[in-house]
Design a binder for this molecule. Structure first.
Ligand SMILES: C[S@@+](CC[C@H](N)C(=O)[O-])C[C@H]1O[C@@H](n2cnc3c(N)ncnc32)[C@H](O)[C@@H]1O
Length: 209
């Protein structure tokens, strides 16, 4: 089978999710411990609109609705990933699911809380990172919170056969550009389903302007 070009995220990720069980992909975690901790650090309230960027089949949306969050959006390039997530629990209809390449996406509303676990590090092209920064300014409310986790400086250099950019916490904060102040940052070690250790950097920032 021909591998789709990584420059076409929709077909690349669709193929990736169709080729493996979700419980076997390296980024899978049954409970989104880090993501929930970052929401707590950002003082997210159940009434706050939250978007999970590149959320895929993560269990985060389910964890949020279980905790009473009423306005949760999950955006991902893969329809299959979102289908897997939606089929998992009965109240998934309360979540807004969006299939889109975030680099082509035009947000039609704003959110108080932007969450990204292991997506930004796939943007190896500086113009794609500039697009991401523009999206943050369009989609995150002033006073809102951005929580991002990427592979850290000593983390893997690749994921799903794609090269990634690795970040220290300082580099990650600097990447977001002006208009964001750091609330907190740190490191976390993700254990893959095959028990490999993947060091992550994370940062929680408030949008001030
Ligand atoms: C390593 S997985 C992480 C999934 C999820 N955030 C989690 O923590 O379980 C990367 C995710 O980003 C999505 N993704 C990658 N590039 C994307 C893009 N350009 N637009 C939208 N989603 C993208 C993939 O489909 C995949 O679900």
């Amino acid at each position: 089978m021909q591998t789709p070009e990584p420059s076409d995220p929709r077909s690349f990720w669709e193929s990736r999710y169709r080729s493996a069980k979700i419980e076997e992909v390296s980024w899978y975690e049954p409970v989104p411990h880090l993501s929930l901790a970052l929401l707590e650090i950002g003082e997210a309230e159940p009434s706050d609109p939250v978007i999970d960027i590149g959320g895929g089949a993560s269990t985060l949306a389910e964890a949020l609705t279980t905790r009473g969050f009423t306005d949760v959006t999950v955006l991902d390039a893969s329809e299959e990933a979102l289908r897997v997530a939606q089929d998992r629990w009965p109240t998934s209809a309360d979540v807004t699911w969006r299939v889109a390449d975030l680099l082509q996406w035009q947000p039609d509303r704003t959110w108080k809380y932007w969450h990204d676990r292991a997506v930004f590090h796939f943007l190896t092209d500086s113009s794609d990172r500039e697009t991401y920064r523009k999206l943050l300014r369009q989609a995150v409310q002033i006073g809102g919170v951005v929580a991002i986790a990427t592979f850290s400086e000593d983390g893997p250099t690749m994921c799903s056969d794609l090269t990634v950019e690795r970040y220290s916490t300082e580099q990650l904060v600097a990447e977001m550009g002006p208009g964001f102040v750091l609330i907190s940052s740190g490191h976390y070690v993700h254990h893959t389903p095959s028990d490999a250790k993947q060091p992550l950097s994370w940062a929680v920032m408030r949008r001030t302007s």
